[in-house]
Design a protein around this ligand. Structure first.
Ligand SMILES: Nc1ncnc2c1ncn2[C@@H]1O[C@H](COP(=O)(O)OP(=O)(O)O)[C@@H](O)[C@H]1O
Ligand SMILES: [Mg+2]
Length: 289
């Protein structure tokens, strides 16, 4: 089977002229839970097309619920209580659930921390990827199989035909996350949210998966939102960072500036939490792209 270098072609490359366009704009986002309390208190985000934007902050600061609000995938009992989420100008909070569902995979996609939990343990990973290609990208059976193998290869998986036929338990955590990334981008979304997607991986594998995300951005024009409690992850991928604390944003700016000259005491504390070696590593890499 011939594999074109541009295999996962469903992802659009943006024209230069529209690079500065805001793809996703969140304004005054509020999220409340069933007991009436509020957990996200008016968050503003601007995600330019083709950019990589980081959301950083300690556990419980509201990063995941903000992303799930964008995806239209909030847990039961949790809902958006205020604000707007505009994708190319269209307010997603005003759309019916079926329309939101159609956007997932085709416009917006996400990968999370535990890839195995998103896969059926008794079906080969290739068959599961091909199924997504049939349902979300509308491919026929043969085309879906071929595209699936091409995507696995494009995700940096060696011997993709072999990987295709494997079950989830036969793959390492890093390989599984590559499979999930393949699935998430298979129907050509413009925005990929990676929420703690490398947190469970060891440092070397984490760096390789982050490199894959950087490559997808560079080669295919994918816009990235990278969510992590770890500033080192953000500094390896993002040109802009938003610092979350207690359901709000305390500081935002170019990653390099925020790491070198943090303005908010909480940001300084986050940077201080890295060990000496960690700080230097974070600052050195804090150049974004
Ligand atoms: N399903 C839920 N029901 C009620 N509260 C929740 C739920 N999920 C998260 N929360 C609360 O919302 C806040 C933000 O959570 P989350 O967005 O998951 O934080 P982060 O991703 O930054 O760790 C936390 O206080 C958390 O306890
Ligand atoms: Mg989270």
């Amino acid at each position: 089977m011939s594999v074109s270098p541009d295999a996962a072609t469903a992802v659009r490359a943006p024209a230069r002229a529209v690079r500065d366009e805001v793809l996703l704009s969140v304004r005054g986002l509020r999220v409340g839970v069933a007991d009436g309390s509020e957990v996200v208190h008016g968050v503003d985000l601007d995600i330019p097309r083709g950019s990589a934007v980081g959301l950083v902050g300690e556990s419980g600061s509201g990063k995941t619920l903000t992303c799930r609000a964008v995806l239209g995938l909030l847990p039961v009992g949790v809902e958006v209580t205020g604000g707007e989420i505009r994708l190319r100008g269209t307010d997603l909070t005003a759309l019916p659930a079926a329309a939101r569902a159609r956007l997932r995979g085709t416009e917006l996609a996400a990968v999370f921390q535990d890839p195995a939990s998103y896969l059926n343990p008794s079906i080969t990973v290739g068959a599961q990827l091909a199924e997504v290609l049939r349902v979300k990208a509308g491919l026929g059976r043969r085309a879906a199989r071929q595209r699936a193998v091409e995507l696995l290869q494009a995700m940096g998986l060696h011997r993709p035909e072999h990987v295709y036929a494997q079950h989830p338990f036969e793959l390492s955590g890093g390989m599984l996350q590559r499979v999930l990334i393949a699935m998430s981008i298979s129907a050509g979304p413009e925005l990929l949210i990676a929420d703690e997607a490398t947190t469970a991986l060891d440092v070397t594998v984490q760096a390789e998966v982050l490199e894959l995300l950087n490559d997808l951005r560079r080669d295919r024009g994918l816009t990235l939102v990278v969510v992590s409690h770890d500033l080192a992850v953000i500094s390896q991928t993002c040109d802009t960072v938003y610092v979350f604390r207690d359901g709000g944003i305390v500081e935002a700016g170019p990653t390099r500036r925020v790491l070198r000259a943090p303005r908010h005491p909480y940001t300084r504390e986050l940077i201080g939490n890295h060990e000496r070696f960690g700080i230097d590593r974070v600052r050195e890499q804090g150049s974004g792209r």
